[in-house]
Write a protein that binds this ligand. Structure first.
Ligand SMILES: Cc1cc2nc3c(=O)[nH]c(=O)nc-3n(C[C@H](O)[C@H](O)[C@H](O)COP(=O)(O)O)c2cc1C
Length: 352
């Protein structure tokens, strides 16, 4: 039998995707979307100097303006990544810009960093923090990542990213610099090694006291490009990589009528490439940087495979859109079953 959350998720699927998204954000922010059970201790994960109750995070782009962090944490995510936030507010691309490819278990989006801007974003975060003796404590109860981007026009990445890091460093448990959205012209060029090195140096010089810094990469680079980027990230004192953002590729297997829409493809058809990029980078990484795997994760088996391949944590987005909060309960149950099948008593005991 369907529970209330599942019924609500089915109803939302009948609405246009952006309206459904707005309703979902508001319901979650007001605590109407329910609460997950406490996590099994076997799922506890340590990474980036932080402790995560489970390794399943919400990927960036769902709560772009940090409006529902506490409600999302209650649903049972092991951590939440908010953003992408840009320096100045901007509306993003004209609608429609979000398409469900239901038969393909996929989404195409060309949102284009619709953002309330960093000032409003920080105001939205303020109620999440309570003062204490050490400064302030974050009340969501799970680690909070903040994902940073640049405006479509008038951007200067070498100034903008350090400035954004300065604005969010006291709120974030980790910070992601997003260099891989396909919908902001020129953004993916920042993955080029010389530019990346200059960017990391500018951030490091301005904010040596920052929280852990991750770089989110595209799946559409040549295989040979990932090694030098990994090295530049290590040399530039980054702490991790998120692999991967959405793809511009359109696998032959897609059947939905929206498959020709412009934008980034996420969900099941991204899984193979996201896994391949993870494997490639994890083999070179040898445990030096924290790796977060994102792209087409739909089952507990997917999660365990990615963790065994070298990911420290995973993130989901499209599966959460299609299944709602029930996805988390299912994924965690399946993950525990797969762990017991593989003789893994706890995620903390996985070799790194
Ligand atoms: C509608 C939508 C908006 C997104 N917005 C962002 C964003 O603002 N910043 C970002 O780094 N990734 C963004 N992403 C990418 C996701 O964070 C995630 O990396 C990607 O969807 C792959 O995971 P999935 O296959 O589980 O969806 C977005 C994805 C979707 C579907």
């Amino acid at each position: 039998m369907l529970d209330l959350g599942q019924i609500a998720t089915q109803l939302l699927r009948r609405l246009d995707p952006e309206t459904a998204h707005e309703i979902a954000i508001h319901s979650i922010a007001y605590g109407l979307a329910g609460r997950g059970k406490a996590d099994h201790s076997a799922l506890k994960t340590h990474a980036l100097g932080l402790t995560f109750p489970n390794p399943i995070g919400l990927a960036a782009g769902f709560d772009k303006n940090a409006r529902a962090v506490r409600g999302l944490a209650k649903l049972g995510f092991g951590y939440i990544e908010t953003g992408t936030v840009t320096p100045r507010p901007q509306p993003g691309n004209p609608k429609p810009r979000l398409f469900r490819l239901i038969n393909d278990h996929a989404i195409i989006n060309r949102m284009g960093f619709n953002s309330c801007g960093i000032d409003r974003f920080c105001q939205n975060l303020t109620p999440l923090f309570r003062p204490n003796k050490e400064g302030h404590v974050q009340a969501a109860g799970v680690p909070l990542g903040i994902n940073l981007g640049i405006n479509k026009t008038g951007a200067d990445p070498l100034t903008d990213y350090p400035a954004l890091v300065g604005r969010v460093k006291s709120y974030a448990d980790y910070i992601t610099i997003n260099l891989s959205s396909p919908n902001t012209p020129g953004l993916r060029d920042l993955q080029e090694v010389d530019m990346l090195s200059r960017l990391l140096e500018a951030i490091q010089t301005a904010h040596p006291d920052r929280p852990p810094l991750l770089i989110k990469l595209a799946p559409d680079l040549e295989d040979e490009a990932y090694g030098p980027i990994l090295q530049a990230a290590i040399d530039g004192r980054a702490d991790g990589l998120i692999l991967t953002n959405t793809t511009l590729a359109r696998p032959e297997s897609l059947t939905s009528s929206h498959r020709t829409e412009t934008g980034g493809l996420s969900g099941a058809p991204l899984a193979t490439r996201a896994r391949d990029v993870l494997k490639l980078v994890a083999d070179l990484n040898k445990g030096r940087l924290c790796l977060i795997s994102s792209g087409g994760i739909e089952s507990g088996r997917d999660i365990l495979d990615r963790l065994k391949m070298g990911a420290n944590l995973v993130q989901i987005y499209t599966a959460f859109i299609y299944e709602g909060p029930a996805a988390l309960t299912r994924l965690k149950q399946e993950l525990l079953q797969e762990m017991s099948r593989d003789g893994i008593r706890s995620l903390a005991s996985l070799p790194r």
